[in-house]
Design a protein around this ligand. Structure first.
Ligand code: FUB
Length: 308
């Protein structure tokens, strides 16, 4: 198995979501920059203000082409700051970017922006998805054409502020021995602008039952869903234990059985990845802070082939 290699040395990019359109791999990353904000557990240092689209054809040796800026913070009417992780799906010839940002009350929501081409530019909807909260959306299109959004992240991602899709008056994490806070999944409406249903918990279990909050393999953020041979693979970051893990299910809602670690801790605090098939091989796209020598808000994209 080859080592992961850097694929976009020109700039700092993170949180890759990779899809194949028109025979090429398109990557939708977060765009890191040095905003001068100091590091804290709330993630204020991730102060991103635009999204780019990258493309690449040779995943063995090539580097990405920058297709340019596809959406800017100032073009999202409801968003104040922090354009974090995003993802794109194609439906009926249109491309839908689902992203997250803080509104003017400093609350994270998910938003939609639409383009005619994978390279954008994308035009943002005037308001966030109704009932959306937290961060890190992943859009998954199933074989029957249904599109699901997975989302959520604890700590700075604010998932601990909600239970059963309702905002708590006293946000709190679970006790160590209680079940972990799960990611959420909802089917998207036909027009891709709203949830078609109440978001449901993405439950992950092992031999002892639902993963507990203290388990180093429990969900923290960075949901990704992919499907192989009829099985659904939920891939996620464990945050403060710095692992990338995966779990297997029989349908998009789960429950999912914990299967193992896909990535050991990398240089830098965050671990965030996607797994995408291209030309019959499976690739893991992720980031680390090697080129910035460990500056946690300046991350660089990498790829490596994996067995899924
Ligand atoms: O890029 C900002 C945040 O860092 C993402 O939303 C998280 O998944 C983590 O990678």
């Amino acid at each position: 198995m080859k080592e992961a290699r850097y694929i976009f040395p020109e700039d700092y990019m993170a949180d890759p979501s990779a899809h194949v359109y028109n025979g090429k791999v398109y990557i939708y990353p977060s765009h890191d920059w040095d905003s001068g904000t100091s590091d804290n557990d709330n993630g204020d240092q991730y102060n991103m203000k635009d999204y780019h689209c990258l493309s690449i054809e040779d995943l063995e040796n090539g580097t990405c082409k920058d297709e340019g800026v596809i959406l800017r913070l100032e073009d999202v009417p409801w968003a104040k700051k922090q354009l974090w992780d995003s993802d794109v799906v194609e439906k009926d010839g249109k491309y839908y970017l689902c992203f997250c940002a803080k509104d003017y009350n400093e609350v994270f929501h998910l938003g939609i922006a639409i383009a005619d081409r994978p390279e954008g530019p994308f035009k943002a909807e005037p308001a966030p998805i109704i009932g959306s909260y937290s961060i890190d959306p992943c859009l998954f299109k199933d074989d029957d054409g249904s599109i699901y959004v997975y989302f959520g992240g604890i700590w700075g991602g604010q998932l601990q502020r909600y239970r059963d899709n309702i905002a708590l008056e006293d946000p709190h994490l679970p006790n160590f021995d209680d079940p972990a806070l799960p990611a959420r999944v909802a089917k998207m409406s036909d027009d891709m602008l709203q949830f078609a249903e109440e978001p449901k918990p993405v439950v992950i279990y092992n031999e002892e039952g639902e993963l507990k909050h203290c388990n180093p393999h429990r969900f923290f953020e960075a949901s990704w869903m992919t499907k192989k041979d009829g099985k659904y693979y939920f891939i996620y970051s464990t945050g403060d234990s710095h692992l990338l893990c995966y779990a297997e299910g029989d349908n998009p809602y789960g429950p999912f059985k914990y299967k193992g670690e896909l990535l050991q801790p990398v240089i830098g605090w965050t671990t965030h990845a996607c797994v995408t098939e291209y030309k019959g091989k499976w690739y893991l796209f992720h980031h680390d802070c090697g080129p910035s020598k460990g500056v946690s808000a300046l991350r660089s994209l990498k790829v490596k082939e994996i067995e899924l």
